[in-house]
Design a protein around this ligand. Structure first.
Ligand code: PLP
Length: 362
């Protein structure tokens, strides 16, 4: 390609659209004639004010976010949300119910246990998180303050094929690894949050979409940064926000709006995932690790069943410009993260290489 770029299958940080990178490159030296780099601008400048306001407005358009939801741009990564969610949302019974479908959901669950009466209502841990449990309204405690899920499990490659029915209990979803890959009805959730470093922007910003009646219940002694109210009242400008990541996120949102929005991304994501899963299912060597109906569109996990052969394929892929196909360090095997910005040609190249590898093993 023009810049000799590789296809990067990393689970995150991961690829950004080339067009966005090209725009960012220009703004890095002189932002729209201001003579300043976008990296050097004061967060109180008129230019940055426009950047953050446009980013929010564009995300609202892309996700069809209702007016009674706040959009926050925070620091601290996904991990800080594991704490901020219970600190802010355990407001009446101090009870919350978690569905544990992978390591990130488990980390969220463990963190929440520090703050209240937390119940794991369902888990697929005993089956290496290879499926999403079916959970219905009766499984939740009627007085729970919220229910928590990780919608797409980055490490195991599974995704909720349904939105759990929690009745009046607010549903909280970590959508770090699937935000903007499919249309979601935001009104079904109390909170949707996502670290940016997969489908949105470089690492450094976390997006929190929160229904406004859930804000304002953090205990008195909550550190100021950890209270959603702090950020909601100041439009994410209480302190210096992660300007750079917010700027790139805004560029990605513009790009998405110009290219058919979430429906167009979803169509492409489905096409990419379907052909990769089809190649895995047809393969005499590779096999998928997740129950078919729970497979992720973003993180495709598969194995040969032989560690050495996995490593051999990963090395061969790297030589061919397909990098970061190694599964998460705790589970091994292979994982191809094919977020929105992964070109379809990248997936085609991977499939072609898998076929070549299979031939070489005959
Ligand atoms: N949630 C999910 C689904 C993730 O994939 C990750 C990281 O990969 C996290 C949370 C943790 O995010 P962070 O590393 O920003 O703390």
């Amino acid at each position: 390609s023009k810049y000799e770029r590789v296809y990067n299958f990393s689970a995150g940080p991961s690829m950004l659209p080339l067009e966005v990178l090209e725009n960012v490159q220009k703004d890095l030296l002189n932002y729209k004639g201001t003579g300043e780099s976008v990296m050097e601008m004061s967060h109180r400048s008129a230019e940055f004010k426009a950047i953050i306001e446009d980013a929010e407005a564009d995300l609202r358009k892309l996700m069809n976010i209702p007016d009674n939801y706040k959009v926050l741009f925070l620091q601290g990564g996904g991990t800080l949300q594991f704490s901020m969610i219970p600190i802010n949302l355990l407001r009446n019974s101090k009870k919350a119910d978690y569905i544990v479908t992978g390591q990130w959901a488990k980390k969220a669950y463990k963190e929440a246990c520090k703050f209240g009466d937390i119940k794991c209502v369902a888990s697929s841990e005993e089956d290496t998180y290879s499926y999403i449990p079916e959970v219905s309204r009766e499984d939740f405690r009627a007085d729970a303050d919220y229910v928590y899920i990780c919608y797409n499990n980055t490490i195991y490659g599974s995704k909720f094929p349904y939105i759990p029915d929690t009745g009046d209990i607010p549903l909280v979803a970590d959508m770090s690894s699937c935000i903007l890959s499919e249309e979601v009805d935001v009104s079904r959730f109390g909170v949707i949050w996502a670290g940016a470093q997969k489908n949105v922007a470089p690492a450094g910003v976390t997006i929190v979409i929160i229904r406004d009646d859930l804000i304002g219940f953090a205990p008195e002694d909550t550190p100021v940064y950890l209270d959603y109210k702090t950020h909601a009242e100041k439009d994410s400008m209480y302190n210096t926000p992660p300007c750079w990541s917010i700027y790139v996120a805004g560029e990605v949102f513009k790009y998405l709006l110009e290219n058919g929005g979430v429906p167009a991304m979803h169509e492409k994501d489905v096409r990419k995932a379907e052909k990769l899963y089809a190649a895995i299912d047809a393969s005499p060597i590779f096999r998928g690790t997740v129950r078919e109906k729970d497979r992720s569109l973003m993180n495709v996990t598969f194995v040969t069943g032989d560690k050495d052969m996995d490593a051999e394929f990963i090395a061969m892929a790297k030589e061919n410009g397909l990098i970061n196909l190694k599964g998460h360090r705790t589970v091994g095997g292979l994982r191809a993260s094919i977020y929105n910005a992964m070109p379809e040609e990248g997936v085609d190249a991977l499939i072609a290489l898998m076929k070549k590898f299979e031939e070489s093993k005959k």
